[in-house]
Design a protein around this ligand. Structure first.
Ligand code: PMP
Length: 448
């Protein structure tokens, strides 16, 4: 059926589908559908904004896979960086006082890119580990200040912070928490206004609260831009009550919104930032928590004995070498700027779709992170009785575009985050495919 099969590298397609069903429990997936219909795509290759499956079908990767393939697919330079690092030093420990050059260089490089004062990184393997680390770190920090009772973590409704135990407990989207029966204690969720945060702090008591965590733009929840002035208020409130502010930059970091970090769009500086995804554009697993100099200095001065937190792969040399090359490409190709410019083009396209289609309601984007609300009535923003976005996603797939529909907690939203290398022509192509998918679904709805 394709070159890889002919070369005997993999079995026949139907065999792969059966093996996938039997042996591979997929992450965040409709597992019944996987059993009934099999995997929708078995991807084999990537190039730029495109993915190809093992039959050679080519689709636009409208969400940069998991919001992470910022520099696009098929960059051989990253393969070369990984290979060279693996051949030289595939792994050595960063525990205790051991170190290696890729981790040191990457830590220093990131300090150059971050907002002022955020100059030290603790490495992890991904976003969930970064957030769990951030929660443990802020509690440890307050303990060192002689305030061990400052341990509650506040997050926002509709937020997503990952699936490790702490990250799940901080996630505002209830379906993720409902997956399990028992969560980590001391996590709370507030509405996205300064007033809600303030009143929560006052009712619980600031002396019990360690930190507030927020995505600069809520991603998984449906690409929600924060209310005007929100983060300025958050920063003021956190300062007033002596509460640390963690920006979860797992999606928004490394150029996604048109600035290096999403929080820069709102003119405030957090105390900690969680990063992952775009740090390597997904070519190798890596994440981190970036700390302010104040927190770092305090940890150094006040920690007695060992700093008791570390993952085997904290500072993995191959991932760090890949990240350095990835950042090199982001800079060399001005991808942060491209994200800003192409983001405006994408939003223009969304506005055109809004004029053309009766079911397109509010549209929004910041950089290459955008959303389209699906509505029954544009004037009242009333939704259909059933979610429509999954139908559109399925139609888009037939035309050669993959993206996501968000239906959590009453949403019916299409979300987009194409690779930052996307060109104007490719944006237009994406919008045209979407136009076809929307037309097809509108026809289906008329027939019902
Ligand atoms: N935080 C945010 C804002 C995310 O979007 C994600 C992943 N989508 C995570 C944390 C978790 O990252 P990971 O899946 O790498 O653990």
């Amino acid at each position: 059926a394709n070159a890889a099969v002919e070369q005997g590298m993999i079995s026949t397609y139907s065999e792969l589908i059966e093996l996938d069903k039997k042996h591979f429990l997929h992450p965040t997936s409709p597992i019944k559908q996987q059993q009934e219909k099999g995997a929708t795509f078995i991807f084999d290759k990537g190039e730029g904004i495109y993915l190809k499956d093992i039959h050679g079908n080519k689709v636009i990767d409208g969400l940069s896979s998991l919001w992470n393939v910022n520099i696009g697919h098929g960059r051989e330079e990253l393969g070369k960086a990984a290979m060279e690092q693996m051949a030289r030093l595939g792994f050595s420990s960063c525990f205790a006082t051991f170190s290696h050059e890729p981790a040191i260089r990457l830590a220093a490089k990131i300090a150059e890119l971050t907002p002022e004062g955020l100059n030290t990184i603790f490495f992890t393997s991904g976003g969930s580990e970064s957030n769990d680390t951030a929660f443990k770190l802020v509690r440890h920090y307050w303990k060192l200040q002689g305030k061990p009772e400052k341990k509650k973590i506040i997050s926002r409704k509709r937020s997503y912070h990952g699936v490790a135990m702490g990250a799940t407990s901080a996630t505002g989207l209830k379906p993720f928490r409902d997956f399990t029966t028992s969560l980590a204690p001391d996590f709370y969720y507030v509405e996205s206004t300064g007033a809600a945060l303030r009143s929560f702090i006052e009712s619980e008591g600031a002396e019990t609260i360690a930190a507030f965590i927020s995505e600069p733009i809520q991603g998984t929840g449906g690409v929600h831009l924060p209310p005007q002035n929100y983060f300025k208020e958050v920063r003021e409130i956190c300062d007033e009550y002596d509460i640390l502010f963690i920006a979860d930059e797992v999606i928004t970091g490394f150029g996604r919104t048109g600035t290096y970090f999403g929080i820069e769009q709102f003119g405030v500086i957090p105390d900690l930032m969680s990063v992952a995804k775009g740090i390597t554009s997904g070519y190798a697993p890596l994440g981190g928590v970036i700390l302010s100099e104040k927190i770092h200095q305090d940890l150094i001065e006040k920690t007695e004995g060992l700093f008791m937190h570390g993952y085997t792969y904290s500072g993995h040399p191959v991932s760090c070498a890949v990240a350095l090359k990835n950042i090199d490409i982001i800079e060399r190709e001005s991808l942060v700027e491209n994200s800003r410019v192409m983001g405006e083009e994408m939003l223009k396209g969304f506005k055109w779709l809004q004029q053309e289609h009766s079911i397109v309601g509010e549209v929004r984007a910041l950089g290459l992170m955008g959303a389209i609300e699906i509505v029954k009535n544009k004037q009242t923003a009333q939704r259909f009785d059933k979610p429509i976005s999954p139908l559109i996603v399925e139609e888009s797939m037939k035309y050669g575009l993959i993206h996501r529909g968000v239906i959590y907690e009453g949403a019916d939203t299409l979300i987009f985050a194409p690779p930052l290398v996307i060109s104007k022509e490719e944006i237009h192509k994406m919008i045209n495919l979407l136009d076809k998918a929307l037309t097809a679904v509108e026809k289906q709805l008329e027939l019902e």
